[in-house]
Design a protein around this ligand. Structure first.
Ligand code: GAP
Length: 458
């Protein structure tokens, strides 16, 4: 069974070096987390799987890495300055501040009082000063979504690649939101990563493409190990839709705290390219630059030649940190073994595992065992599959338990039979491979190890 409560995941993440509270040394910064040595591997593997499935496997999807710091004009014309708000209330009794839609029975979560102020909008964008002078004009935003970097580079991509519709631009990167009430570990945080695609289509072809992307994204999440029964789709009602969307289908996952949004797939219409087309014309007018017909039609495509129009956009937007949490939730298992011992095992898909294999010499002080184990470790490391660990605790049982808990799919033990060369011993020159989920062990010749591992990770 997958993890039942968040506490067991948080505890594993800290104990084994996946995720830590940021600034813990000084009491911690709320809603901000650091990924430790294993967490960063898991997160990078999830990103790599997304990039491969979307960018490398689709000739019409191109990558981008745009800046985090963004001019305020971008978020004025995108509509975020006026509409990217949550409704907030203050508790008059204990002075705590809450996001109104998070409260149960309009009651303060801290003291239970119902003496709350009227809801008022709170803009979630972080501002920062750019340059040495601090005044009204010198601030910029930390982007609250990666998407705007794609829209503002639309013309650059058209000019440099001349792509034909339909085509997409994909980006993975940090986004920042000053959440009123961050909560549920890495589920709702103030600094997080998004994996977003803006997929440009002809108006009129947007609805079938919207459905297609919902299907594609659901299939991809399943390939990351999320089970069908813990995934569901939910179409947003008119009151939930973001200011830019005509329709949005959320992919919900059953996290330990309930079914919640993992990814949103929105039909953003021509809203953003339209707004930035208007926006840059306005800016040019204000700066007294002559605005000709061409410059107000910049964010368009021509199809057929001579016929300009603003394409519609389908946007699958996934939270990477929520993806990590979902994958950890699904993989977490506590099992009772036949001798009544318990084991915690992370049943991660092999391509996501932070460590691909652990090499364990039977004894840590036996030079011949150590040397052979190190040689095998280096030969597997050279395959470029990811991290291969060398374990020299000298305690096989302990090593297996540790690698079960961090999700290492294979443990390879080097013992005296590995070193043996006599033909009478049928185990001569073999290693033991132990498989994480079944705990099954088998011996294979060292000479076949590379091929075995390559096949396993193919
Ligand atoms: N560009 C569209 C967009 O940003 P969104 O629904 O606001 O849409 C997309 O965000 C995804 O980003 C969400 O489905 C979620 O996975 C993730 N996300 C949003 N806010 C988050 C937060 N405060 N902490 C962690 N992930 C978040």
């Amino acid at each position: 069974m997958a993890a039942q409560n968040l506490e067991e995941i948080i505890s594993l993440c800290k104990r084994r070096g996946f995720i830590f509270q940021s600034g813990e040394l000084y009491g911690g910064l709320q809603g901000v987390y650091d990924y430790g040595p294993l967490g960063v591997e898991l997160k990078n593997n999830l990103k790599a799987a997304w990039w491969k499935a979307n960018v490398y496997e689709n000739d019409n999807i191109y990558g981008l890495d745009s800046s985090i710091l963004a001019q305020k004009k971008i978020f004025f014309y995108s509509g975020h300055e006026t509409t990217f708000c949550d409704q907030m209330v203050d508790c008059r009794k204990c002075k705590k501040r809450w996001r109104v839609d998070h409260l149960v029975d309009a009651r303060c979560e801290h003291c239970g009082s119902q003496d709350l102020t009227e809801p008022k909008p709170f803009n979630m964008m972080f501002k920062t000063i750019v340059g040495p002078v601090e005044d009204q004009d010198s601030y910029a935003y930390l982007r609250p979504e990666t998407a705007q970097g794609i829209f503002t580079n639309f013309k650059n991509i058209m000019d440099s690649l001349s792509p034909k519709l339909p085509f997409g631009v994909a980006q993975i990167g940090k986004a920042f939101r000053n959440e009123i009430t961050p909560r549920n570990f890495i589920f709702r945080v103030r600094e997080f990563e998004q994996m977003e695609i803006e997929f440009f289509v002809k108006p009129g072809e947007d609805e079938p493409w919207h459905q297609e992307w919902v299907e594609r994204r659901l299939t991809w999440w399943k390939a990351q190990g999320l089970s069908e029964k813990r995934l569901t789709l939910s179409a947003q009602g008119p009151e939930e839709l973001a200011h830019y969307a005509k329709a949005t289908v959320d992919i919900l996952y059953q996290f330990p705290h309930g079914f919640e949004e993992l990814e949103g797939v929105a039909n953003r219409t021509d809203y953003d390219l339209g707004s930035h087309t208007q926006g840059q014309a306005q800016v040019a007018i204000q700066a007294n630059v002559a605005v000709n017909k061409d410059s107000v039609h910049k964010l368009t495509v021509q199809d057929p030649p001579g016929k300009h129009f603003i394409p519609y956009v389908i946007e699958p937007s996934a939270g990477l940190d929520r993806g990590v949490l979902a994958v950890l939730t699904e993989a977490f298992h506590e099992e009772t073994l036949s001798d009544d011992r318990k084991r915690i095992v992370l049943k991660l898909k092999p391509h996501l595992a932070p460590i691909k294999a652990a090499i364990i010499p039977l004894k840590r002080n036996e030079p011949a065992l150590v040397e052979t184990a190190q040689t095998i470790k280096h030969s597997l490391q050279r395959l470029g599959l990811g991290r291969i660990a060398y374990e020299d605790t000298g305690n096989i049982g302990k090593s297996y338990r540790r690698h079960d808990e961090i999700g290492t799919p294979l443990c390879i033990t080097i013992d005296y039979d590995t070193l043996c060369t006599t033909e009478e011993n049928e185990k001569s020159g073999t290693v033991t491979i132990r498989e994480r989920d079944s705990m099954a062990q088998k011996r294979i010749p060292v000479s076949e190890l590379i091929e075995y591992i390559q096949r396993f990770y193919r």
